[in-house]
Design a protein around this ligand. Structure first.
Ligand code: PRX
Length: 577
């Protein structure tokens, strides 16, 4: 089906967009012109935490609602003071510049305070999904050698399970301090956040950092091996700030809701840094997805700019058109999506139900901010990711790094550097270098660019799975599966799914003496949820007699996927069985 281009008359979005003329902005852009956006602390030194909090005022910054309905509002002054207190607390604990401080928390304002405080102190903030299980925690807190973890009493149980009663935790040997946001008093080996942070001064002189000095890190999955620690630097703030203004069109009188968790890069760049640096109040909701609740949030808080993900949009579509009609959603000005392909039907559904189309945006954990987008000032071609951000040169290249002409499928690549590009992969120089091919940063995505310069996503070039927008590495799931007592071998693929984009499907062989039963499937799923993550378990499990392998013993996921989809298997010259 051909989808009509969506033109947007000027009055469509109630306000004139900050980026009015894409073509001239793109043609004349220089990052140098935006240096004045930054409060340079010393020659060439800035601090992203300071940039996000330096505009102090009584204006509301965060409107928080907990899963249990509790509500809290805090001002920009409070975010500044609380992050300063947290930075002072880190200093008091002896945390040095460059030390890792990990946040393992539900969506509470302390995420913002401790994230920004860590940056202000010059330490590196790491964020984790609260759905992470034992192995996922080991692979992140252990590998990064984090010395501080901020968590709550409930989530701490998982850390205790990893560490047992050890004086020094074998799997997290650098861990010195666990800080509990919900404990009034120090509890055994854990410190009370309120006691520790509450007594600190609200004044703090932010650590002057170079633009390439590390600020935060997120572990994300690739096709092989354990998750990689993608490290971002303070200099990225200029791009997070400008893209929040030019793509999301955030204005100071907006109310902005980014539904992403801080365990995901979207929850950092556009859940903390971008909106706060632009002095835009944000909604922070800690409950699970629920269509009725989501519409109530938009109505109650008068959300005007909404940044969400395709799976959530499809779930809203499934919940029907009557539900939004029962709510006053007239505050909505702009709708955005990220993380997985946004089908044209979802873009058009937005237009039908909210009288606004969804604007798709493309980026990655590694890119640190939105690099390709649909802008308020440009027509939308439903199904396209849009056009490169000013200052960003994107291209479609072949496997040798040669640029391909328009309308030809190839590898999506970006010309480095740009301010928010990853600076390293933690303790893995080889992986970091692997991103670069000749003068290009390679994204692992297959795409094409049409005659008008719009980019269209085609798929991943590797085996990375995108399930409900979450990036999951097949190797991680396979590793978790083979630790189950019944499983001999496992191969994992992403299986296309109408709602979730992809679901995780596992092919397993069983050890002698085990029989395939529904109870066994359930037990395997529980096992993966506990050890890896609530979102990374296989929704489908198929028991097979043997798995296709290369002569060197590597499981050929490509063959599993082709068989699952009923496609030609392709080159099997290296297939052993
Ligand atoms: O495959 C692309 C897909 O998500 C990958 C990046 O995932 P992650 O690092 O988790 O970051 C996502 C949010 C910043 C990409 O390589 N992806 C992201 N956005 C889109 C997308 N696929 C299609 N369309 C998009 N708009």
């Amino acid at each position: 089906m051909k989808h009509a281009i969506i033109e947007k008359p000027a009055e469509f979005f109630k306000k004139e967009p900050a980026l009015k003329h894409y073509d001239s902005a793109y043609a004349n852009f220089s990052w140098e012109d935006y240096r004045k956006e930054i409060d340079w602390l010393e020659e060439g030194k800035l601090n992203a935490g300071h940039e996000a909090t330096r505009h102090c005022s009584d204006k509301t910054a965060i409107m928080w609602e907990g899963a249990d309905g509790r509500k809290k509002t805090c001002s920009f002054n409070k975010v500044n003071a609380e992050s300063n207190k947290f930075a002072n607390a880190l200093r008091g604990l002896g945390v040095q510049k460059g030390e890792r401080v990990f946040l393992f928390l539900p969506r509470v304002p302390q995420v913002h305070y401790s994230f920004l405080g860590t940056l202000k102190a010059g330490a590196i903030a790491g964020t984790l999904f609260s759905a992470f299980g034992l192995d996922a925690l080991k692979d992140r807190i252990g590998h990064s050698e984090a010395s501080v973890v901020v968590t709550d009493t409930n989530l701490k149980k998982r850390i205790d399970e990893v560490c047992g009663n050890m004086q020094v935790c074998k799997d997290m040997p650098a861990l010195k301090h666990v800080i509990l946001v919900d404990a009034e008093d120090d509890a055994g080996d854990a410190l009370s956040y309120n006691k520790l942070v509450g007594k600190q001064s609200p004044e703090f002189k932010p650590e002057p950092m170079g633009k390439d000095d590390y600020a935060f890190m997120l572990y994300t999955s690739g096709t092989t091996g354990k998750p990689k620690g993608i490290v971002h630097a303070h200099g990225g703030i200029i791009q997070q700030k400008l893209s929040a203004r030019w793509v999301l069109d955030l204005k100071q009188d907006d109310v902005y809701w980014c539904t992403a968790d801080h365990g995901w890069v979207t929850g950092i760049s556009y859940g903390i840094l971008g909106p706060l640096a632009n002095r835009v109040p944000l909604v922070l909701y800690d409950g699970r997805f629920d269509a009725e609740k989501w519409y109530s949030i938009i109505q109650e808080y008068k959300v005007s700019v909404w940044y969400t993900a395709p799976t959530a949009i499809r779930m809203l579509m499934k919940a029907g058109d009557e539900l939004p009609a029962k709510h006053d959603l007239s505050s909505l000005r702009l709708l955005y999506s990220v993380g997985e392909p946004l089908n044209p039907e979802a873009v058009e559904w937005g237009l039908k139900v909210f009288n606004k189309p969804f604007h798709d945006t493309w980026w990655q954990t590694e890119t640190g901010s939105i690099l390709i987008a649909n802008y308020p000032c440009l027509p939308i071609k439903p199904g396209s990711m849009g056009k490169p951000f000013p200052g960003i040169k994107a291209a479609i290249i072949d496997d040798e790094g040669r640029e391909l002409p328009a309308n030809q499928e190839g590898n999506l690549a970006i010309k480095p550097p740009w301010p928010s590009i990853l600076r390293t992969v933690w303790a893995n120089k080889e992986k970091y270098e692997g991103y670069f091919l000749k003068e290009w940063f390679t994204t692992g995505d297959r795409a094409l660019c049409d005659d008008d310069g719009y980019y269209w996503f085609i798929g991943r070039a590797d085996d990375v799975i995108k399930t409900s927008g979450e990036r999951v590495g097949p190797f991680e799931v396979e590793s978790a599966l083979v630790e189950h007592e019944a499983i001999a071998e496992a191969g994992v693929i992403g299986k296309p799914d109408m709602m979730r984009g992809e679901i995780i499907k596992a092919f397993i062989t069983l050890k002698d003496g085990y029989k395939h039963t529904p109870e066994l499937d359930e037990d395997i799923q529980k096992f993966v949820k506990k050890n890896l993550a609530g979102h990374a378990y296989p929704r489908e499990i198929e028991v097979v007699d043997s798995l296709p392998k290369t002569s060197s013993g590597k499981i050929m996921r490509r063959v599993l996927k082709a068989k699952e989809l009923g496609l030609a298997i392709g080159d099997t010259s290296t297939l052993e069985n």
